[in-house]
Ligand binder design. Structure first.
Ligand code: SAM
Length: 274
């Protein structure tokens, strides 16, 4: 175990299986990350070689799921890229007020839930209580989904929020805060792999947040997922991407997106002309 190394062919094998099962593209620069993230697991299993672990993840789906939990990067934060929540509050929710149907949002790649809870707080603050809304929050990582459902965070996770917001939406217990039950009421946390060609979702979503997820995918994987997002959104619905992510101009035209700025895209009818 002390002399554990990650050989070229072992890294390539792991990268291939990770890409095929999650879309995550592990470039050569991710070698140290893969080594450091998987090493404790090899130690637990008392394995001396990555080739043995590779065999294990090829043979056992539950070990592959665990490996993906270790490989995914789950950094997130309440009200990350706050301007997106302001956009919702100022540009989107006032129009929802006037509608009679249910407003649906999806946090795709929700990690430990901070994004979904930020969306829910935005809705509580910006919508009349009689308006119905639902948030679906999904991730491939089963560990972070459990954290998301629990809704317990260290106090520092909310320290940047106004005191009134903390009081209204969280119970404080020593070093931790817990999301109040009413805030969980409109959110459904589910396992979902974004590279599945047939996403088990009903269409007619109003909003998709998929932020800081595309950076791990190749352009090809991004394009396929964007196609599915386009199908699932209502015309006029919004897609929010992270600050380092964008839709190329030619795809915007071909797929039917308009960039409103700062990673906010609106679905428009696809150009079906010649
Ligand atoms: C960096 S976090 C982003 C969290 C949040 N959206 C934000 O911006 O703060 C990326 C998340 O994408 C998830 N993810 C990666 N590949 C995925 C896939 N194929 N399907 C679903 N979720 C995936 C990871 O597990 C991780 O929780």
């Amino acid at each position: 175990m002390e002399n554990l190394t990650l050989k070229d062919e072992e890294f390539t094998g792991i990268a291939e299986i990770v890409k095929a099962n999650s879309g995550i593209h592990l470039t050569d620069q991710k070698r140290t990350l893969v080594f450091n993230r998987l090493r404790p697991r090899l130690r637990t299993l008392k394995l001396d070689r990555f080739s043995d672990y590779l065999r294990l993840i090829r043979e056992r789906p539950e070990e592959l799921a665990l490996a993906l939990n270790l490989i995914t990067t789950n950094v997130t934060k309440f009200f990350r890229e706050e301007h997106h929540f302001l956009f919702l509050k100022e540009q989107v929710l006032p129009l929802v007020q006037a509608r009679g149907d249910i407003w649906r949002a999806w946090s795709a790649g929700c990690s430990s839930g901070e994004e979904a809870y930020s969306l829910a707080i935005t809705c509580w603050e910006g919508l009349d209580p009689k308006v119905k809304w639902r948030i679906l929050a999904t991730d491939i990582n089963t560990h972070v989904l459990t954290l998301a459902q629990g809704g317990v965070y260290p106090h520092e996770a909310v320290a940047h929020l106004p005191a009134a917001v903390i009081r209204k939406y969280f119970d404080t217990d020593g070093e931790t805060v817990k999301v109040k039950e009413f805030l969980k009421g409109n959110i459904w946390f589910r396992y979902l792999n974004l590279i599945e060609p047939h996403l088990p979702l009903r269409s007619s979503l109003d909003v998709i947040f998929c932020r800081n997820v595309f950076i791990y995918f190749t352009r090809e994987t991004q394009r396929d997922i964007l196609e599915r997002f386009h199908r699932l959104l209502k015309v006029g619905g919004h897609l929010f991407l992270g600050h380092a992510e964008s839709i190329a101009i030619d795809w915007q035209r071909r797929q039917g997106w308009v960039h409103l700025g700062q990673g906010v895209y609106q679905k428009v009818e696809r150009n079906v002309g010649p």
